[in-house]
Design a protein around this ligand. Structure first.
Ligand SMILES: Cc1cc2nc3c(=O)[nH]c(=O)nc-3n(C[C@H](O)[C@H](O)[C@H](O)COP(=O)(O)OP(=O)(O)OC[C@H]3O[C@@H](n4cnc5c(N)ncnc54)[C@H](O)[C@@H]3O)c2cc1C
Length: 470
């Protein structure tokens, strides 16, 4: 008797969540197509250098390398058996529900992103991770100012340093690994400038103490910062980046208890790189376009990591920011659930009991550390009118304020129509939170129809191409 055909699952995103999901599903009678825009699997946390760089010790830039080896080897094993097909350089711009049991994933191929490709599957698992939030300040558009994660990506993926002397600034748990990574690779890290108040963590000590593993991780980074002699300044923020055509220095200042800059505390730090980030936000575009429920900034998922759209799962930072270990746990649960459901079975929740415990613990941990790591409360009030907020359309803060104060805009969409803020290439991904804060509005889901810019020719041929699977 021939075995029953394996159902097909499309997993979008080959980071920790997508890889864990793909392996769990492929182990349990599912054929997985793993689709990612990057040339290598690994996502942000396990970002790999291109083979042609011939990195002799790629593990040196990473933490938890054993976990990566397990994921990498599992992917290789399933690729050989044909139960996972890994499509690299595929930028997914839309996922379409064709029928109750069929989805079409639309992607653009290659660096030019002009060749269309489609993947059909009975279920879709969205594991597209998150992206960094950067709030504007005078000079933030100067060459030499990069996002904290961008600096890390240059190091891990390109094996290059963004500069010789760096300041790492903003807020969030990502700043420490970035500062340590840059220092270990040979950059002089002139300062790590964190706006959070350490007392806020001390007040949460009892809740944090139940996660000794995470505290030990933090202590390891602190010891590394000490070893590399990186000066750490807390309750401070970068108030300006200065330079003639390129970054030459940053100005940092102390914050008071309300998060306002304390006048007279400004200090200039010479540097050629500023790696700055103010936390992360989940990628929700593909889920939004599918009509999935969005809770706050993240995609809703139930205990099985199912969204509220039948046949669509979501795992990892697309469902909320919480680090690579949480993404792994959620990915495993999502993959096990998808495998059972697509094979017509009710999942046995005991199969993911350990992952569920990890998930619950890490979600509690991140809920505890989230509040102290929010950007300074009054940053928007202190932004000068001539500071560019939307860098794609070059819209200054003053134009946003004018739209609200004099032209009657009461929401982000009207601000966009009146000022063009958020209408450019990034479609508000970069400036959305800043524009919302300046306008005094709650950030809301953008409801962008497509997750990526799509050439008109591809859209025009979408009907014909939908038949041809990649
Ligand atoms: C730039 C950056 C750098 C980071 N560096 C660190 C670090 O050094 N240390 C640390 O502890 N944490 C770091 N983090 C956080 C950490 O990466 C995450 O906690 C973890 O990787 C999340 O795993 P994930 O699988 O949910 O998502 P990710 O690892 O982000 O994986 C998502 C994958 O989806 C792919 N993708 C997204 N959208 C699409 C699309 N439309 N089409 C096709 N593919 C798509 C991406 O290419 C990516 O490979 C970083 C995050 C970012 C954004």
């Amino acid at each position: 008797m021939t075995p029953p055909e394996r159902p097909r699952l499309a997993v979008v995103g080959a980071g920790p969540a997508g890889l864990a999901a793909a392996l769990a599903a492929a182990d349990r009678h599912v054929d997985v197509t793993l689709i990612d825009s990057a040339p290598q699997a690994g996502g942000q946390f396990y970002r790999q250098p291109a083979d042609e760089f011939g990195a002799r010790r790629p593990g040196a830039l990473h933490h938890q390398w054993r976990t990566w080896e397990r994921l990498r080897d599992g992917l290789a094993r399933h690729t050989v058996t044909g139960h996972i097909r890994h499509l690299t350089d595929h930028h997914v711009w839309f996922v379409e529900r064709e029928s109750a049991a069929s989805y079409v994933v639309h992607a653009l191929l290659g660096p030019e992103q002009e060749r269309p490709a489609t993947v059909r599957a009975a279920g879709v698992l969205i594991a597209t991770g998150g992206y960094e939030q950067v709030l504007p300040f005078p000079g933030w558009t100067l060459p030499g100012v990069v996002t904290a994660g961008g600096a890390q990506a240059m190091l891990k993926g390109g094996l290059v340093l963004p500069g010789r002397t760096a300041v790492v600034a903003g807020t969030g748990p990502l700043l420490m690994p970035v500062a340590v990574g840059l220092a270990a690779a040979g950059a002089k890290v002139a300062a790590l400038v964190e706006s959070a108040d350490p007392h806020a963590f001390a007040r949460r000590a009892p809740a944090l103490a139940v996660h000794p593993g995470k505290l030990a991780e933090g202590a390891r980074y602190a010891a590394e910062l000490l070893r590399h002699r990186v000066p750490v300044t807390v309750r401070h923020a970068v108030v300006a980046a200065e330079g003639d055509g390129r970054l030459e220095a940053v100005v940092v200042a102390a914050l008071d208890g309300d998060g306002r800059v304390r006048p007279g505390t400004e200090r200039r730090i010479p540097c050629d790189t500023l790696a700055v980030g103010h936390g992360m936000l989940p990628h929700t575009d593909l889920a939004e376009a599918l009509g999935c429920r969005i809770d706050g900034p993240a995609v809703y998922a139930d205990d099985e990591q199912r969204t509220d759209v039948p046949g669509v799962w979501a795992a990892g930072e697309t469902t909320g920011i919480g680090g690579a270990a949480l993404s792994l746990a959620e990915g495993r649960i999502a993959g096990l659930s998808a495998a059972a459901r697509l094979n017509g079975r009710t999942p046995d929740t005991r199969s993911w009991a350990a992952a569920a415990r990890t998930r619950a613990g890490l979600r509690r941990f991140f809920a505890t550390v989230e509040a102290p790591y929010t950007p300074p409360a009054h940053w928007a009030e202190q932004l000068a009118d001539d500071t560019v907020v939307c860098r794609c359309e070059e819209v200054p803060a003053g134009a946003v304020r004018e739209a609200v104060d004099h032209l009657g805009a009461g929401d982000v969409r009207t601000v966009k129509l009146l000022t063009r803020a958020g209408m450019g290439w990034c479609q508000g991904r970069m400036c959305g939170p800043a524009v919302a804060a300046l306008a005094g509005c709650e950030p809301c889901p953008a409801r962008r129809p497509f997750a990526r810019p799509v050439p008109l020719g591809v859209l025009a041929r979408a009907g014909e191409d939908a038949g041809a699977d990649s």
